[in-house]
Design a binder for this molecule. Structure first.
Ligand code: KG4
Ligand code: ZN
Length: 347
């Protein structure tokens, strides 16, 4: 079964064709980074206009690279939540229209389920596992029972981890997107140079939660002091120390989740899963009889393949989405903690 997946929730216009939820026949990602870079962040109005301009050529290119016509596609899928409303609407409306015009089934896919599925495109992974979803908008630790059944253990109580990377980079005027730049800079820095606070969220429901707002503020404050004193070179050290603390925060909660559930496989997804230090920390734990899986770097960020992958499993189960399906900017807030696992996947 060949599924065409469209992703347009933020600032990448993407389309991929995936066979049987595994074999990527094409994967086209048109990034808008140069258009947002000058504003040091995503401008929603520019993002939706670029999606509208690019969606047709991107879909055409995905078909061309897969050497297929629309009639060879078995179903069409698009992200419908969460994300920027204007951006989501472009891909979703395009996907629904294409499905209607060609008489193919349509599937609306949750972007975060897509990120979790990305690692499955390159690995054989069995359920359940502990999922770490780390992106620009989310930081979620979940017990993942199937491609669309997540039980939320923890989430952020303030900023997402990607947001913290981006805000620290913006403060330093390092460029956009911040995560990639901080990751690179950190390789030249000393991660022990600064000691930043690891949030203490140990009580009750917050056992698996994370927080990055305090860390972000501490890093910015430190930077202010250093830049005033003329120690600009220490930006690499600050970047490395910040990255180390952010990754440590995530890994500590993951270790707790592994202990509490006795599930030893950890699977990561989302833009921050590309972080070299996070990957190294989790890979080091692999030696302790734990299987840890990541998507390949090119599937960590937003892409259509992860959407087509999830859609294949929905379709196989007999699900389709009506053409009345709408976009939704947010996914609901969750209660947290092992005591009150909250279902995320059931729609
Ligand atoms: O998944 P994604 O592409 O889009 C969302 O769904 O939000 O994630 C984007 C986020 C941004 O905050 C970006 O700075 C971060 O992922 N990111 C990274 C790295 N690459 C991207 N953060 C840390 N290290 C990286 N190498
Ligand atoms: Zn994403």
């Amino acid at each position: 079964m060949k599924v065409l997946g469209i992703e347009s929730s933020c600032d990448e216009t993407a389309c991929a064709i995936v066979e049987d939820g595994k074999k990527i026949l094409s994967n086209v990602v048109a990034t808008q980074i140069p258009f947002h870079q000058i504003y040091k962040g995503v401008v929603p109005e520019i993002a939706s206009r670029k999606h509208a301009e690019w969606i047709l050529p991107v879909v055409r290119q995905a078909l061309c690279e897969a050497q297929m016509n629309l009639c060879d596609v078995d179903a069409i899928a698009a992200t419908n939540r969460p994300g920027l409303m204007g951006s989501l609407l472009v891909g979703l409306t395009f996907g629904k229209t294409l499905a209607w015009a060609c008489g193919k089934p349509f599937l609306a896919v949750n972007h975060m389920m897509g990120h979790m599925y990305a690692a499955h495109l390159a690995n054989d992974i069995s359920y359940p596992y502990i999922g770490l979803l780390v992106s620009g908008g989310h930081s979620i630790i979940a017990k993942v029972n199937s491609f669309d059944d997540f039980e939320i253990l923890g989430t952020t109580i303030d900023d997402s981890v990607g947001e913290a990377f981006d805000k620290v980079a913006k403060f330093y005027d390092l460029g956009y997107p911040g995560g990639v730049i901080i990751d690179k800079l950190s390789q030249k820095g000393d991660s022990c140079a600064f000691s930043f606070p690891v949030p203490k969220l140990d009580k009750g429901d917050h056992e698996f939660d994370v927080s990055f707002s305090g860390l972000k503020t501490a890093v910015i404050h430190q930077a202010e002091m250093f830049l005033n004193d003329g120690y600009e070179n220490s930006v690499e050290n600050i970047a490395a120390s910040f990255q180390e603390t952010a990754c440590k925060t995530l890994v500590t909660r993951l270790v707790r989740a592994v202990k509490a559930t006795s599930i030893t496989t950890v699977v990561a997804g989302g833009g921050v899963a590309a972080n070299s230090r996070l990957r190294a920390m989790l890979s080091a734990r692999r030696n302790r009889q734990q299987g840890h899986r990541f998507p390949p770097l090119k599937l960590c960020g937003d892409n259509g393949a992860m959407i087509a992958g999830v859609a294949y499993h929905l379709l196989k189960r007999g699900d389709t989405s009506p053409l009345s399906t709408t976009a939704c900017a947010r996914i609901p807030q969750f209660k947290r903690g092992l005591a009150n696992l909250e279902a995320f996947g059931r729609r």
